[in-house]
Design a protein around this ligand. Sequence first.
Ligand code: SAM
Length: 246
Amino acid sequence: MRLDVVTIFPEYLEPLNVSLVGKARARGQLDVRVHDLRAWTHDKHNTVDDTPYGGGPGMVMKPDPWGEALDEILASGDGAPVIVVPTPSGEPFTQQLAVELSAKPWLVFTPARYEGIDRRVIEEYGDRLDVREVSIGDYVLAGGEAPVLVMVEAIARLLPGVLGNAASHQDDSFAPGAMADLLEGPVYTKPPEWRGRTIPEVLVSGHHGKIARWRRDEAFRRTDRNRPDLIERADPAAFDKHDRAI
Ligand code: SAM
């Protein structure tokens, strides 16, 4: 998969060199290209922003550098990428969207600063490409670089061969499948006793059926406590008699 990121803070994307994403890059599973938007400015101050039409506080990112940057990046590859525009006013970034984007061969991210990018840029590329305006949550950050780090990590770990054990994301909270509407329950490892706290007996029983039931019950309890909205909006058929008794 190829990922391009256009930003005025390329150094903000340095975490893409470490851990899971860094290893995927080193193995050639991910081709990440970070570009400095200011490379497409032509004045001596490398200006990327200007005052908003209609007045008001803050600055708006100018269309010219974005247009030149995106044209050059689009011309450098085969096919059409999905352009992902981080913005608090976008569709919510969910596990489902991460799965969808992980199937695309090429993504271009456009993290903004100030009050965002001149609307005409989104319209211009939206007329001929799949442009997705995406929010990582109901709060406002100073820039789109942290949202890009969030999205790239969620997408990259779904790519075949990126996680050591492919099954590990299948049991995650929000993962499609039998537990799709439930958060993951608590997890434990050795030692069996720590500061007087033991682990649930069932986990060392060797009884796979009982362990699976316990995990589902715990997932249901946690979801009911922390995210009751997930249970409310799920198809009632997703829950068995045992779930409903909790
Ligand atoms: N005035 C904009 C609004 O209220 O929607 C907020 C602009 S914010 C200060 C600057 C940039 O940070 C945004 O254009 C976007 O790239 C990024 N950003 C901030 N919060 C975000 C969020 N929750 N999800 C995705 N991107 C976000």
